[in-house]
Write a protein that binds this ligand. Structure first.
Ligand SMILES: NC(=O)c1ccc[n+]([C@@H]2O[C@H](COP(=O)([O-])OP(=O)(O)OC[C@H]3O[C@@H](n4cnc5c(N)ncnc54)[C@H](O)[C@@H]3O)[C@@H](O)[C@H]2O)c1
Length: 366
């Protein structure tokens, strides 16, 4: 009965379904009995979670660019989804330095195009729009950011997410709030880690690739701190939000932060060493600090998640150690044990996560 069974036999459209989060969300929704539809511009990496899990056999996938407004609209009209989760984005910070214009068009104009498609919906539909913790204007204070704090962004990726938020807000206020058939929410989460990620310049990916080849991982900004969380944490938040919106349990048109426990704010060095240990390596030998930072990125950004706790009864599930263990298990199954059925392994991990959430009395898991 997870999420009140609200997704069972429902059509759920995910933009960005071939990406890291989109693949996990697709797997979870298939497990919940949903009929999953995906829209993405191809598969972003090789290998990819989408291909490794053979998700193309579990979901209806359509190749397309979210910036193509008419194509996006007609796909939404063709599918007639009960739920939309918008995740498609240029999500890599280093790539935004190489291709700033593309990052802006995908993240801002692409989001506007999804919102245009939502405006054409004339049946009941619940829409969850995913942005990022980086949408906040990072003033590098020690407190967690609240949903009412200023949006902004000094680098292009952050700016594109801040601009996406402003676009979402004006579409909501000008059009979507007047559509009684649409339930609408915005979700902001931070750095996620987990099995199945192969995106460039992500530290866990670099570690897993290096460890699987018996190489040392080089880290360039060892003291950078991030509020690391397993990918299932924000996804449980997105699904929780979709459920509450669909059943009218939470207010329409609101934004929510989904972040980890405070104890999970660790340095890159701590994370890499803990991953090495979980892989069964000597952390001192497996990790080498090179100290060369290639581009400027904000040093600290934490989310205050009191709103999600108060209105959605959501908080994160895993402790840091459980998160590290799950990641090492996933990549070892892929690289070392060469498991054939990574879809089954992923579903098992989701099952474990749901069992821990149920033991913590999280309403969505009961
Ligand atoms: N991974 C993180 O740590 C993190 C943190 C905060 C927010 N987010 C946000 O979560 C969402 C998903 O992130 P992810 O890590 O899965 O990213 P990802 O890079 O793994 O996947 C991005 C997805 O978007 C699709 N896409 C990109 N450009 C597109 C376009 N123009 N048209 C159609 N599809 C396009 C890709 O094909 C892929 O399916 C993004 O909005 C991202 O900004 C991610």
């Amino acid at each position: 009965m997870a999420f009140g069974n609200v997704y069972k036999s429902k059509k759920v459209l995910i933009t960005g379904n071939t990406g890291f989060k989109g693949s996990w969300l697709s797997a979870w929704l298939t497990m919940l009995g949903a009929d999953v539809y995906g829209y993405s511009d191809g598969v972003p990496t090789t290998p990819s979670m989408f291909d490794v899990l053979k998700l193309g056999t579990y979901v209806h996938h359509r190749d397309g660019d979210i910036r193509e407004r008419e194509t996006m609209k007609s796909y939404v009209q063709e599918v007639r989804p009960d739920f939309i989760f918008h995740l498609a984005a240029q999500a890599i910070v280093s790539e935004s330095y190489k291709n700033p214009f593309d990052t802006i068009t995908t993240n801002v104009v692409g989001t506007a195009s999804v919102l245009e498609a939502i405006r054409t919906i004339d049946w009941p539909c619940t829409c969850v729009i995913i942005t990022s913790d980086k949408a906040y204007d990072n003033v590098e204070w020690i407190w967690g950011y609240r949903e009412t704090d200023a949006l902004g962004g000094k680098d292009v990726y952050s700016g594109s997410k801040g601009a996406a938020e402003l676009t979402i807000k004006c579409y909501w206020k000008s059009f979507i709030s007047n559509m009684p058939n649409i339930k609408f929410g915005v979700a902001r989460a931070g750095n996620v880690i987990g099995g199945g990620d192969w995106a460039q310049d992500r530290i866990v990916v670099d570690c897993m690739k290096a460890f699987s080849q018996g190489k040392t991982v080089e880290i360039r900004c060892p003291q950078s701190t991030r509020p690391w969380q397993h990918v299932l944490e924000p996804l449980s938040g997105y699904l929780n939000l979709g459920w509450y919106l669909a059943e009218g349990r939470s207010e329409n048109g609101e934004a929510y932060n989904f972040g980890p426990r405070a104890e999970q704010t660790k340095t890159v060095l701590d994370l890499t060493k803990d991953l090495a240990l979980a892989w069964g390596l000597d952390a001192g030998e497996a990790v080498k600090v090179t100290g060369n930072v290639p581009f400027s990125e904000a040093t600290l950004l934490k989310l205050n998640c009191d709103k999600a706790l108060a209105y959605l009864h959501w908080h994160s599930t895993y402790h840091y150690e459980q998160c590290i263990r799950a990641i090492a298990e996933w990549y070892k199954a892929y690289y070392v044990e060469k498991k054939e059925d990574m879809y089954a392994l992923t579903i098992n991990q989701i099952d474990d996560y749901m069992a821990v959430a149920a033991s913590e009395q999280l309403v969505w898991a009961l």
